[in-house]
Design a binder for this molecule. Structure first.
Ligand code: PMP
Length: 397
């Protein structure tokens, strides 16, 4: 066994993919034109897998704030807050986020991945139990692993299954940490927030909700607010890389221990902190999110339209309309043919393979933006229709 033996299987799968002529992992966005368009493979392409829900990456106010901050404070912090010191703008963003969620404490991290990793690994150790929805994001699984807690998975979005597992824990349920997401990243479905909160109230424990895909999408603040469940939720984590169009992550809570996590969380202590331009655009985007509800209206208009049209084409989708609209495909050849067909027609979507997908399926995952025009949504649908026709013709032949 050499150091690299472990790559053999992966290499074989990659070769097979390349020999089939499909290059889903080699896409280069040669030039980015707008929140919804780019040059890919030399042609103008509609970007339909960006998570840029409110389309703010080119918002003039956000761009101006970033430009002003980079000129004033430089390109980077060049180290962690523990070592190099906290910039005033880190505190200002934490203050904005805490106030936005109506919570006492907020910590920001350099990415959303690090927020989940940093909170879960610091909050729990091998004496603890974490009960997570089976479809939780990799950052949640990795955070659990890093802390070393016992991890119990419950069936996706099944509050009864959660209740069963909490019941089995007996006394220790009172200190267990339950982790769910507001909107699940792969199929775009929402957690049954009130049912899960009711289980938490019955058995005790703590509840953490990752609002990465729901912040600014489900109302202003995500699912916890929409379901009016703030009182039952102890921690909210999320990212600045989706609706806020930047990078970075956060956790908010009313528990004063959150502040102690700064001292013990390795993904907080041992990595460079958010840079000034990113902080500035994030703070501006947070204001824009609150001042321009019409962006959310446009997002949902587009999401409903894409969902309805793909559904009428016969694609199997998530259970309800959402800004994440993913076509579920069980066969790898079909997934590759459709993805290639879409790209050849100037539409880029995410091709997602197991194990990142639920139940081992393949996904042609679209994420809709407020910045997509109706014409772009219709072009995406037309490309799905034509790619499907071509695939059916090729398999019938
Ligand atoms: N949580 C969830 C549910 C996610 O889907 C993602 C990213 N896709 C993250 C956390 C990590 O966010 P980031 O990209 O900011 O690291």
């Amino acid at each position: 066994m050499s150091l690299f033996t472990k790559f053999d299987e992966l290499d074989g799968r990659r070769r097979a993919l390349l020999e089939s002529g499909s290059k889903p992992f080699n896409v280069v966005v040669e030039r980015i034109i707008s929140p919804t368009e780019a040059i890919v493979n030399g042609r103008q392409t509609i970007m339909a897998g960006t998570n840029n829900y409110l389309g703010l990456t080119f918002d003039p106010e956000c761009v101006a704030a970033a430009r002003e901050a980079v000129t004033r404070e430089g390109t980077g912090t060049t180290g962690s807050r523990m070592a190099n010191g906290t910039f005033a703008s880190h505190l200002a963003l934490e203050d904005d986020i805490a106030k936005f969620f109506g919570r006492q404490f907020a910590i920001i991290f350099s990415t959303g991945y690090l927020a989940n990793l940093g909170i879960l690994s610091a909050l729990t150790d091998r004496n603890d139990v974490i009960v997570i929805d089976g479809d939780c994001h990799a950052s949640i699984y990795d955070g659990c692993k890093m802390g070393g807690a016992e991890v119990i998975r419950f069936r996706h979005n099944d509050a009864d299954d959660l209740a069963k597992r909490m019941r089995r824990l007996g006394e220790s349920a009172r200190d267990a940490l339950i982790v769910i997401e507001g909107i699940y990243s792969m199929l775009g479905d929402q957690a049954p927030m009130s049912e899960i909160a009711a289980v938490k109230r019955e058995y005790g424990g703590y509840l953490l909700v990752d609002e990465a895909h729901s912040l600014g999408v489900l109302g202003e603040r995500g699912l916890v607010e929409m379901a009016d469940e703030h009182a039952s939720v102890d921690f909210i984590t999320g990212t600045f890389s989706k609706s806020l169009g930047a990078t970075g992550g956060f956790c908010v809570s009313d528990l004063p221990q959150l502040d102690l996590i700064r001292l013990s969380s390795r993904p907080y202590v041992f990595t460079a902190s958010m840079c000034p331009s990113v902080i500035a655009s994030t703070r501006t985007a947070l204001r824009v999110l609150q001042q321009r509800p019409e962006l959310r209206d446009a997002l949902w208009r587009n999401a409903n339209r894409l969902y309805a049209q793909l559904s009428s084409l016969g694609y199997e989708l998530g259970p309800h309309p959402s800004p994440v609209v993913a076509a579920v495909v069980s066969d790898i050849n079909e997934a590759l043919a459709l993805w290639d067909g879409l790209l050849a027609r100037g539409v880029y979507v995410n091709l997602v393979f197991p194990p990142a997908t639920p139940k081992g399926c393949y996904l042609l995952r679209c994420s809709v933006s407020a910045a997509h025009t109706i014409e772009q949504i219709d072009k995406i649908c037309a490309a799905f229709a034509d790619a499907q026709k071509d695939f059916r013709a090729s398999t019938a032949a």
